[in-house]
Design a protein around this ligand. Structure first.
Ligand SMILES: [Zn+2]
Length: 62
């Protein structure tokens, strides 16, 4: 039996019910924002979590 009404979030791969979910196809606003960040050319940036690598020292090149 398949999980009807469930949608796998493309960001975190968790299955969530998309019904009554305003953020679909994402599971939450957080994942939606992550996806938007990717579109904006940002690296994976998860609020409240640190990036996996520390290659960005915070200095900005102009
Ligand atoms: Zn998600």
């Amino acid at each position: 039996m398949t999980s009807e009404g469930m949608l796998r979030c493309p960001i975190c791969k968790k299955e969530r019910a998309w019904k009554d979910n305003p953020f679909r196809p994402f599971c939450s606003e957080r994942c939606r924002l992550i996806d938007l960040g990717q579109w904006a050319g940002e690296r994976y940036r998860i609020p409240g979590e640190r990036p996996p690598t520390g290659d960005d020292s915070g200095e900005e090149k102009k």
